[in-house]
Design a protein around this ligand. Structure first.
Ligand SMILES: C[S@@+](CC[C@H](N)C(=O)[O-])C[C@H]1O[C@@H](n2cnc3c(N)ncnc32)[C@H](O)[C@@H]1O
Length: 452
């Protein structure tokens, strides 16, 4: 890849689904323009080309132009394009903000910012990201784009297509772009959910009882493993803490709990509800914002697929004191029915690709064993996919008992569990595990091996 001084920069934004729609003041009017005669010849040609590319990519409606008019005159336009394979990392449901223009006499009045807020709020959809490209030497555009909530993802190189009519962008590490985009998607999802839900305070015990029957045995076991692992006065880090309910009981028993989560609005809500008993930090589980050897134990409930296991485990080892512990509960990816269900959610836009692909599996368990001296894993819900029918026939309480009994009797099928609870103790120092972790661990911690 050749280096030049100014390179195209890629920005991405995932708006909250129920962000308020901005209003335009003054004598302006805005709308989505189908009449291409308003635009100059070059833009009209480009719109025609993008239309053809959209059809080739299987999009029904696209592209279109958001316009602002004042006194009957066009004063601003922003082109909105579907994913045309131009930007690496863009998901099929994402939109790209293409060329934007503001009439010289109207610049500096915030029309671009209004247009971006309006487009991103009008077109927000479950799991949809908006993308923009801007040259690295265009300082005013860069700061305007960031002011409306777009995050800088990285830089790229512009390459013409073979037919010369359009171009696309290449980056050194496309997977990294997907990862950052997906993190923004999940943050927006949990922030949106926090706005929608008005959660009442409660204890973890009440909370477990409120869960659907198939989840209760695993979460009860998790609560038990957590209570057994940390004592009063010890420091526990709750990664992906969300509403913080998982550690409520422990805090009442004198454990010092620090919660970290990427969803800032969700954490603000948690902070208001917990009234200071939980110390909270906004942060990413891939790069934990804490010093070395700070915690006696780390826990994570339902968050293991939201980060790279290798980055996270490296961070866990760093922030744990010698001999520290990791306790977590999560879904398990070895059951084909559950796996199909999760991918179904991805295709419906309810989960990002990275999260769907990273649900813990047998390899994750083996990886964890390379970081800890001892690992104890419990498996739950081998028959959970039958639950809707069983609940109807026997009711919730009997179903929970039945699930516990079948998990015990179907122990040899435990790799098809729906949930796992893992308690790992005695964290190893880096020199012991780094080599094996990087090369992919080979020892099985569960006695289960993937078929060759
Ligand atoms: C399934 S929820 C679990 C919440 C909580 N532990 C519970 O059991 O109720 C996953 C949580 O992970 C958070 N999250 C997602 N990606 C994250 C990341 N990269 N770093 C930290 N937290 C993240 C979300 O904001 C959300 O609160």
């Amino acid at each position: 890849m050749t280096m030049s001084a100014a390179r195209p920069l890629v920005f991405c934004r995932v708006p909250n689904r129920q962000a308020s729609t901005p209003e335009i003041g003054g004598n302006f009017e805005c709308g989505y323009q189908a009449d291409r005669s308003l635009f100059n010849g070059q833009l009209r040609t480009m719109l025609r080309l993008w239309r053809l590319m959209s059809i080739a990519h299987g999009h029904v409606k696209a592209p279109f132009v958001f316009t602002i008019t004042g006194g009957g005159e066009l004063v601003h336009y922003s082109v909105v394009l579907p994913a045309l394979g131009r930007i690496p990392g863009m998901a099929n449901r994402d939109l790209e903000i293409g060329p934007c223009w503001t009439a010289p006499a109207y610049r500096g009045r915030g029309l671009f910012q209004f247009a971006m807020r309006k487009v991103c709020s009008d077109l927000a959809a479950e799991g949809r990201a908006f993308w923009m490209i801007c040259r690295s030497d265009n300082q005013p555009s860069k700061s305007a784009i960031q002011k409306v909530g777009f995050s800088l993802i990285g830089d790229c190189e512009k390459r013409p297509r073979r037919h010369g009519l359009s171009h696309y962008y290449v980056v050194v590490a496309p997977a990294q772009f997907i990862e950052i985009r997906d993190r923004l998607e999940e943050r927006a999802r949990y922030n949106s959910a926090a706005r929608e839900a008005n959660q009442e305070p409660g204890t973890s015990d009440v909370w477990v009882n409120a869960l659907p029957a198939p989840l209760r045995p695993a979460y009860r076991a998790y609560q038990g493993a957590l209570s057994a692992a940390v004592k009063s006065g010890e420091r526990l880090l709750d990664v992906c803490c969300g509403s913080g309910w998982q550690t409520e009981q422990l805090r009442q028993n004198g454990v010092v709990v620090v919660g970290v989560d990427i969803a800032d609005e969700l954490l603000a809500q948690t902070f208001r509800r917990q009234a200071g008993s939980l110390r909270l930090t906004v942060g990413d589980a891939n790069t934990l914002p804490f010093g070395d050897g700070t915690f006696d134990a780390v826990t994570c409930a339902g968050g293991f697929s939201y980060f790279s296991a290798v980055s996270f485990l490296g961070e866990v080892r760093r922030v744990l004191k010698p001999g520290g512990k990791l306790i977590f509960v999560d879904s398990f990816d070895e059951n084909p029915i559950y796996r199909a269900n999760r991918w179904w959610h991805f295709f419906r836009g309810r989960r990002s690709r990275s999260v769907t692909a990273r649900i813990p599996n047998l390899d994750t368990l083996d990886l964890i064993s390379s970081y800890f001296g001892e690992v104890d894993t419990q498996f739950f819900g081998v028959l959970t996919f039958l639950v809707p029918a069983v609940v109807r026939a026997f009711g919730e309480v009997r179903t929970e008992q039945l699930l516990n009994a079948t998990d015990r009797s179907l122990f040899r099928f435990r790799r098809y569990a729906f949930k796992i609870v893992l308690a790992a103790t005695n964290v190893k120092q880096p020199s012991h595990s780094a080599g094996r972790a990087a090369a992919g661990a080979t020892r099985s911690v569960t006695g289960l091996r993937r078929p060759a």
